[in-house]
Write a protein that binds this ligand. Structure first.
Ligand code: CP
Ligand code: NVA
Length: 313
């Protein structure tokens, strides 16, 4: 029997048509609703990815991504394989291209969390199966699908809403900028000059007509925002230096800063949080925080992404 016919890579939001991203999100919402109250280990009705295998390569640590993808595969009826790169020949110098060719003979989908974005792109180019970017130094598109889903669950359509990002212009910020264009919302990023988002993603957003601005003042960034998002000041692979932390300190999301956003503004964080640095306990544990729904939605969003990758959506 032939299984995976379609080979849709999920590498970056900017490469995927807006209508497709919207479709993935709507299916994620439907599937979440359909299994409300079911035990988490129960396979979905019809096991839509029965017979498929998902390989998950990790070059960096993970809690949410690993567990949510593994659970997603299980709920869809697929077999997940957890592969730490350090225990693969990849960790001893086997090339990405050779790894891609070999793995394509065994599995139907490859998910990878990689040190470099180039590795993920090469894996997709050299293999014959869909590849999912589960975070690189450059972007984190799966996270943003869960974030948009979470904002819409709590506040309705994101189109036209104002979202604020505070802190480091990192991988999550790149995908947030791409999401602002694809899902048509207004985005203001408050970042120190030295930690601004990548120039090329900002230029891309401008060319696409996106409503995306970068400011260096935290209060200006959050003013009247419907959602306030932040992330760690020191991402995996970054060096923690005193000057880095000092530059980011004015961008801490605390009660005083949240008070400048809209009264009912949501607070999001992809997690793991560094409490007392980018966010205070009062905010992350407070009534405006939706971080646990956001973490849960990784599972639901990724189920729809997996199905889309193999043409089952
Ligand atoms: N948000 C996120 O990707 O978390 P992990 O690093 O735990 O996977
Ligand atoms: N920006 C963070 C996200 C972790 C999920 C990092 O890359 O470490």
């Amino acid at each position: 029997m032939t299984l995976a016919q379609s080979c849709n890579h999920f590498l970056d939001l900017k490469d995927i048509p807006a209508a497709t991203l919207r479709h993935i999100l709507e299916v994620a919402k439907e599937w979440k609703e359909a299994r409300r109250g079911m035990p988490k280990g129960m396979v979905d009705a019809g096991a839509p990815l029965s017979g498929y295998t998902l390989a998950m390569i990790f070059e960096k640590s993970s809690t949410r991504t690993r567990i949510s993808f593994e659970t997603a595969a299980h709920q869809l009826g697929a077999k997940p394989l957890f592969l730490h790169s350090g225990s693969m020949q990849l960790g001893r110098g086997e090339t990405i291209a050779d790894t891609a060719k070999v793995m394509s003979r065994y599995v139907d989908i490859i998910m990878i969390r990689a040190n470099t974005h180039e590795a993920v792109v090469e894996l997709a180019e050299e293999g014959d199966v869909p590849v999912i970017n589960a975070l690189t130094d450059r972007s984190h598109p799966c996270q943003l699908m869960a974030d948009i889903m979470t904002i819409e669950e709590h506040r309705g359509p994101i189109k036209g809403k104002k979202v604020a990002w505070l802190g480091d212009g990192n991988n999550v910020a790149t995908s947030l900028i791409e999401a602002a264009v694809k899902f048509d919302f207004s985005l203001v990023l408050g970042c120190p000059e030295a930690f601004a988002p990548y120039d090329d993603v900002l230029s891309w957003a401008e060319e696409e007509g996106g409503d995306v601005r970068v400011v260096t003042n935290a209060e200006e960034a959050v003013w009247d925002a419907d959602a306030v998002i932040t992330d760690t000041w020191v991402s995996m692979g970054d060096d923690r230096t005193g000057s880095r932390v000092r530059a980011l300190e004015p961008f801490q999301v605390n009660r005083a800063l949240m008070a400048k956003a809209a009264d009912d503004a949501l607070f999001l964080h992809c997690l793991p949080a560094h409490r007392g640095e980018e966010v205070t306990n009062a905010v992350i544990d407070g009534p405006q925080s939706v971080v646990w729904d956001e973490a849960e939605n990784r599972l639901h969003a990724q189920k729809a992404i997996l199905a889309w990758c193999v043409g089952k959506l």
